[in-house]
Design a binder for this molecule. Structure first.
Ligand code: ITT
Ligand code: MG
Length: 204
């Protein structure tokens, strides 16, 4: 098996601990361990684009430029059909309190907006993950994964992170937050995007 990047540790340009743990688990079967942007003391760049790929590019290129290493970023979020795709790229912003993030507040907003619209059940939604592998020479590669499902209320489960307690993936009746620790990775948007990354970056 050959790989397109050198060394065993891959820089993952994220400051989200939940994402980093999932990436570490998803990549370990390929002999790749990860190091997060936080551990490398890299700043968190402002995500000023209005697309997942645009923001993923900002994060990956900032990390690659700062370190001279290839860097893999993840920009992700949830699109809710009855809310015309909101919160989408603003998924993290819905949790912003001005003093950290509150995901119960963000999930409550999603539920409240669905109720206000009288949205029918099932309230379909998709988790989306766009990975960008950026190289120090400025070029990049893009990989995407989608997990379809629906939203439930009240929220259920203690696992995962972010909006996991309100999301039931298609073909299941428990939320991502109710799944055993690594079950989510087998079917998640991030798991699917990492599959594409692995296919694109390894041969043999
Ligand atoms: O930008 P980085 O540093 O990677 O970390 P972040 O948490 O800010 O990540 P994003 O900018 O990509 O925002 C994604 C938002 O979507 C949420 N999200 C993404 N993937 C998720 C998942 O697998 N389960 C639950 N919520 C998720 C997450 O909690 C964030 O609020
Ligand atoms: Mg972010």
């Amino acid at each position: 098996m050959t790989r397109k990047f050198d060394g065993d540790r891959l820089l993952v340009a994220t400051h989200n601990k939940g994402k980093l743990e999932e990436m570490a688990h998803l990549l370990s079967p390929f002999g790749v361990s990860v190091v997060g942007a936080g551990e490398m003391n890299l700043p968190e760049p402002e995500e000023t684009e209005d697309t997942f790929v645009g923001n993923a590019r900002i994060k990956a290129h900032a990390a690659a430029k700062a370190t001279g290493l290839p860097a893999l970023s993840d920009d992700s979020g949830i699109t809710i059909d009855a809310l015309d795709g909101a919160p989408g790229v603003y998924t993290a912003d819905w949790a912003e309190t001005g003093n950290g993030r509150d995901f119960l507040m963000a999930m409550t907003r999603a539920y409240t907006e669905l109720e206000a619209k009288g949205a029918a059940h099932p309230r379909t939604a998709q988790f989306r993950s766009t990975l960008v592998l950026a190289w120090p020479d400025g070029h990049d590669e893009v990989f995407e994964g989608i997990a379809p499902g629906h939203l439930v209320w009240p929220i259920r489960g203690e696992g995962g992170f972010g909006y996991d307690p309100m999301f039931v993936p298609e073909g299941h009746d428990i939320t991502f937050a109710e799944m055993d620790r690594w079950e989510k990775n087998k079917i998640s948007h991030r798991g699917r995007a990492v599959d594409m990354f692995v296919k694109g970056c390894f041969d043999g």
